[in-house]
Structures are given as C-alpha cells and as structure tokens.
Design a protein around this ligand. Structure first.
Ligand code: ITT
Length: 190
C-alpha cells in the first residue's frame, strides 16, 4: 500500500522510506506533483504538522501524514524550535553555524530534537511524538544526514548524528520514535 507523506524534504522522505522497508511505499509532495510551499504559520510543531497534512486533504482528498520537527537548545530558550528550517534565513549549514556562534563559550550544551507527526485519516487528526536528547558540539562533524545533524551528539554516543549512517540514526531518532507510534496505531487501526 501507498502512504502519502506531506513533505518536500527529501532527507525526511528517505529516512521514513528506510523505516518502512517493504510495508508501505512512500509518496511525498513532489511525487504527487505538488511543488507549493505550504505556509507554516502555526506556533507549535503539532499545529504546523496539522497544517501540512490538512493541505493534502483539502487539495487531493487523500489520507496522509506530515512531520514537523526541529532542534530545541536549552541555553537558547528552546530556539530554534519551530523556526529550525528558517533560523538564519539561509540553508542547513548557515542554520547550524548560527546555533554554533550563539553557543560559543556557553557551558550548558543540552538540546533535543523533536518530531510531531500528524496523521490525517478521512479528515480526522492523530498525533505522534518523538524526541532525542543530546548535546551541541562546539564544532560540526560528519557529512551524513541533514539540517543540524553535524552539531548534535545524542546522549550515550561519542559521534554526531551526521557521523551515523541512516540505519543507525533511525535506530534512535526523534522521527523514528514518532513513526513507530504511527505504525503501531495503523497496525491496530485496520
Ligand atoms: P517539510 O516542512 O516540507 O516537511 P522542512 O525541512 O521545512 O520540510 P520542517 O518545517 O519540519 O521541515 O523543519 C525542520 C527543520 O529542522 C529541518 O529543515 C532541519 O533543519 C531541522 N531538522 C528536523 N529534523 C532533523 C533531523 O533529523 N536532523 C537534523 N535536522 C533536523
């Protein structure tokens, strides 16, 4: 069966597709031929995930799920949070460089990634959350993954998420935890 993932982010799509293996085929917005930028005007991860999934329901009348996610840094009052994708106004490298520069000399390095997934089935919303605790490294390391992965070291590890392959990241990630809850829900929902 096919599952529609309301995202333009190819990295998120690849991670989720690897989690699902043969169970489901994943189609993202670009696969649907939808290139519109959906305005993420919500004030929480959950609101933004709901906005993205509602867009697909309103325009295509198909069941789907959306992922809104980001990095919360304790010493930055939980920034970049819901603004993670547009924190610096430029791309992935500029975003994590801005966090690194704001964290220069800061001793409390605690942070976490959060994902909230909104599943929309016949217009009804179901939410699934995942979080991954860790610390902000003083310098970037690794070239796998995306976003803030090069500066984030999960608790209990000595490497950043960008030094892990996708399978290893999927074994602990915020996104994988939320997806496991969604898959459990679908397995008992049908
Ligand atoms: P869609 O809205 O189309 O799904 P997006 O990249 O804009 O794609 P978000 O609005 O959820 O996604 O923004 C999340 C940002 O948080 C993302 O661009 C990354 O910078 C960061 N992020 C999310 N998950 C991450 C992860 O697993 N590793 C590193 N950075 C991540």
């Amino acid at each position: 069966p096919e599952l529609v993932f309301a995202t333009h982010n190819a990295h998120k799509t690849a991670e989720v597709a690897l989690m699902l293996k043969a169970q489901f085929t994943i189609l993202n917005l670009d696969d649907l031929g939808c290139h519109a930028e959906i305005p993420e005007i919500g004030l929480t991860f959950a609101e933004n995930a709901a906005i993205k999934s509602a867009y697909v329901w309103e325009n295509y009348q198909i069941d789907c799920f959306a992922d809104d996610s980001g990095l919360e840094v304790d010493a930055l009052n939980m920034e970049p949070g819901i603004y993670s994708a547009r924190y610096s106004g430029a791309g992935d490298v500029a975003n994590y460089q801005l966090v690194l520069s704001k964290m220069e000399g800061v001793l409390n390095r605690k942070a976490r990634f959060r994902t909230v997934i909104c599943l929309l089935l016949k217009g009804q919303e179901f939410f699934f959350e995942g979080a991954l605790e860790g610390t902000i490294r003083p310098k970037p390391s690794g070239n796998q993954g995306f976003g803030y992965d090069p500066i984030f070291q999960p608790d209990g590890y000595t490497v950043t998420l960008a030094e892990m392959d996708m399978q290893e990241k999927n074994s602990i990630s915020h996104r994988a935890l939320a997806m496991q809850k969604l898959l459990h829900f679908l397995s008992i929902a049908d």
